[in-house]
Each structure stands twice: as C-alpha cells, then as structure tokens.
Design a binder for this molecule. Structure first.
Ligand code: TYD
Length: 145
C-alpha cells in the first residue's frame, strides 16, 4: 500500500439486531476532524469516477454497501484496493491521485473529509499532479542536503 494510504478496520457492534459501526473524528478510525461527509451511489458498473488528487485534503472512504475498486497513485506507484464491508475504511492523504470503478449494483460509497468542498484544492490534470509531486520531492531533497 502507498505510504499516504491505509486500510483501516473499524470495530463492529454486532448482535442479533444487525451491525452498527460508529466513526469519530480525530480517532484511530478517522485521523482528522470531520468537516464534510458526502456519498456516491447509483454508479453504472462501466463508469469510472474521480480522476483527481487533492492538494491538501484527507479522506476516509467507506463502501457501506456493495463494493468498489479504488486505484490510488502517489505519482511513483499505484495500488488498487477492492473496498467492501462496512467495517473497512480507506484513508487517502493529500497528493494521491484516485479513480473509483467497478461499483457493484446498489453500492454506496461514503466519504469523510477533513475540509469543506473547495474546487481550488483539486488537481484534475495527471501531468500537473505528477509535476507537483516531483517538484515537492526535489525541494525536500534540497532541504536535506
Ligand atoms: P466530482 O468531483 O465530479 O465527483 P468524483 O470525485 O466522484 O468524480 O463531483 C461531482 C459534482 O459534485 C461536482 O459538480 C462537484 C460537486 N461536489 C460538491 O458540490 N461537493 C462535494 O463535496 C463534492 C465531493 C462534489
């Protein structure tokens, strides 16, 4: 898994009445203060979404129903995670390109985010994303030397 991503397992409260999962911000489940929640559903199985990175946003994705594949790319390597199960969350840090695809019928993807919606925080051009990643790495290297 990429350094800036992590698959988190949440505690399930399960009994004969069903399953309950509780998520709190600034905890080991969601390592930031939750400022926004949005969800994605009714996605046709042949549809791919995302195609962007965020400059400064943390998110935890939970596929509460069905499953979805998520490609994450930090500019150097890629991983694809099949996210399913209401007790699994995918943490994605800043500067990670993501694409979501293969939504199963009825899948619902809930996203917890560290900031309000800001269109200016999006990097929707892969080449620009890559340029910024490489530039930041060069700056870090210079500072170390
Ligand atoms: P979009 O970024 O295209 O979704 P995806 O990341 O899955 O490709 O978002 C679809 C629309 O929803 C777009 O018009 C922006 C809007 N939007 C909001 O208004 N608030 C939000 O928090 C998000 C994530 C999107």
């Amino acid at each position: 898994m990429l350094r800036s991503c992590e698959l988190i397992t949440f505690a399930k409260k399960q009994d004969e009445r069903g399953v309950l999962v509780a998520l709190e911000g600034e905890s080991h489940e969601v390592p930031f203060s939750i400022e926004r929640v949005y969800y994605i559903s009714s996605v046709p199985s042949n549809c791919r979404r995302g195609f962007h990175a965020h400059k400064d946003l943390e998110q935890v994705l939970v596929c509460v129903c069905g499953s979805v594949s998520i490609l994450v790319d930090d500019g150097y390597s890629q991983d694809t995670i099949v996210l399913s199960g209401c007790d699994k969350g995918l943490y994605i840090g800043p500067m990670v390109w993501r694409e979501m695809f293969s939504f199963t019928e009825g899948a619902a993807l809930v996203v917890l985010a560290s900031k309000h919606y800001d269109a200016a925080d999006y990097l929707s051009d892969y080449n620009e994303f890559k340029r910024l990643v490489v530039g930041a790495a060069a700056e870090e290297k210079e500072e170390r030397e």
